[in-house]
Design a protein around this ligand. Structure first.
Ligand SMILES: [Zn+2]
Length: 238
């Protein structure tokens, strides 16, 4: 094998510190790329450095792909610190999923939560009117669940299958994303129990009805305001 023009190659590597690194790749690439050092290290390093350079390019290609294709691109600082693998872990439920953060008291007026703001307009309006009137009786509504994304609904169903041991039993409590009226924005779960009792007694004034016998917290618009609610269904499989 003839002599490699190492000085020339070495010089290029040294100058660029991470040959071929796209602009804006930042410190992440530099950390994995060849570090600049003197030419005196010898020819054999060129092979390693070339491999290192190729590896860095591959990593960058993967990172670039994931960044450009990720629906929620993490901040660059996070990407740099943890690498692309952190993006593959299941993301925590986001507000976009209709999740209500645990320990947070959400009222029918808290439209900063998608669980509330994405309820059907007639349901939200009826709920707010009922809440205003219930306050006169010293009762405060809490929205424990409202609109949910399909993915959120699927997670609830998966959790229920895990808890009850079978899809058949789980389905008595949790609907499929395709059937769930929560996903359609047409259902809301209300607590605490005194609020449920109040709504079961007075909800029909606003068109709000309990739907399932086994879910005293779940309400939907099922009649005209002042009308009569239909007979209860046994559970979500009915
Ligand atoms: Zn419900």
């Amino acid at each position: 094998m003839g002599p490699i023009p190492c000085d020339e190659t070495q010089e290029r590597y040294s100058e660029n510190t991470g040959i071929g690194v796209p602009r804006g790749a930042g410190g992440y690439a530099r950390g994995n790329g060849p570090a600049g050092s003197g030419a005196e290290r010898g020819k054999r390093w060129n092979g390693y450095w070339l491999l290192g350079g190729i590896s860095a390019l591959l990593v960058l290609a993967v990172v670039g792909y994931e960044v450009s294709h990720s629906p929620r691109t993490p901040p660059r600082s996070q990407l740099t610190a943890n690498g692309p693998a952190s993006q593959r872990t299941a993301p925590a439920l986001q507000a976009d999923d209709g999740e209500i953060p645990s320990g947070r008291d959400v009222t029918p007026f808290d439209t900063q939560y998608s669980a509330v703001s994405r309820l059907a307009p007639d349901l939200l309006k009826a709920l707010q009117q009922a809440d205003n009137d219930a306050k006169g009786a010293g009762i405060t509504f809490r929205v424990t669940s409202g609109w949910r994304s399909k993915a959120h609904q699927q997670r609830l169903l998966d959790d229920a299958v895990h808890e009850y041991g079978s899809l058949r039993t789980a389905r008595q409590y949790v609907n499929t994303p395709e059937k769930s009226t929560h996903v359609q924005g047409k259902a809301v779960d209300i607590g605490p129990t005194d609020a449920d009792d109040w709504l079961i007694q007075h909800g029909s004034r606003y068109g709000l009805c309990q739907v399932y016998a086994n879910e005293m917290w779940h309400f939907e618009i099922r009649t005209a305001p002042g009308g009569t609610c239909p007979a209860l269904l046994n559970n979500a499989t009915d």
